[in-house]
Write a protein that binds this ligand. Structure first.
Ligand code: FES
Length: 111
């Protein structure tokens, strides 16, 4: 298992996101209700990146993650799509872990 270090936990504020690229893998992390989640940056509808502006993954209410292309909404805590063309599908989640205050992700098991 290989853990990739990202930003400090304190650098990711509530209801914000940061996107990253590693080799050909695009992914993003978010903080929601104090917890960190990571997902592949690929909408289940068309397998394209979700955001229309850098690091803009939450919708205007900040309650959901939103795909900018066709407006699908996803639950932040599990990536499940509740409305839109990919309803009932999910973003691919990535394992996260805090190590000495820094967010790490495990890219080893990504399909
Ligand atoms: S590409 Fe995301 S909803 Fe269509």
């Amino acid at each position: 298992m290989s853990w990739t270090p990202l930003c400090l936990n304190t650098e990711l504020t509530e209801k914000t996101a940061k996107s990253y690229q590693f080799e050909n893998v695009s992914y993003f992390i978010i903080k929601n209700e104090g917890l960190v989640y990571a997902y592949l940056n690929a909408c289940p509808h068309r397998k394209i990146e979700l955001e229309w502006q850098e690091n803009a993954f939450f919708d205007s209410s900040k309650d959901y993650l939103q795909c900018a292309t066709h407006g699908a909404l996803f639950l932040p805590h599990n990536g499940y799509c509740i409305t839109g063309p990919c309803i009932q599908k999910s973003l691919t989640s990535i394992e996260t872990k805090l190590i000495e205050g820094r967010i790490h992700i495990n890219l080893a098991n990504i399909p």
